[in-house]
Design a protein around this ligand. Sequence first.
Ligand code: ATP
Length: 154
Amino acid sequence: ERTEITGFTTAVMKRIQPAFDTKQISLQFETEQPFYKSIDQKRLEQVLIILLDNALKYTPAQKTVKVSVKKEQIEITDEGPGVTEESLPYLFDRFYRVDASRNRDTGGTGLGLAIAKEIINAHHASIFAENTTQGLKITIDLRGVSDEEDRTRR
Ligand code: ATP
């Protein structure tokens, strides 16, 4: 469906906001111009929930998670521990989890990011992770995705 991405992202954030309130993590939003993309809304929602859920899981209480929608990219930056540089290339692999002992109390199967990547690739978009000074930043790059109904660029 042809979707205004800024508004769509805000709507998904609203739905997950109570979980952030419960853990006392501030969820912030930044945006510039609204823009349209032809995407499967259910799928994009699933990706955003996976990423926000991870940010929530790995960020300590009283910290901040930032979502920015700019230049046809959605960025989610948390204030958690990030990941080691060695594990960055494997983050989106099936069943990959950084350091099993560290993750013992947070649970999970290591499938979330693999599913997110599959969905994003099916849209001819891309997704990548990087460490920032604050924590982990995940970027969804939608520049390759058509902004018209029922048409793809490639
Ligand atoms: P689930 O399948 O429930 O999402 P998961 O969180 O273990 O479980 P992924 O979402 O695929 O699985 O994430 C894979 C691994 O990447 C995690 O186990 C964790 O080690 C690391 N990771 C993911 N997101 C973050 C983050 N925001 N900060 C730090 N590490 C992260």
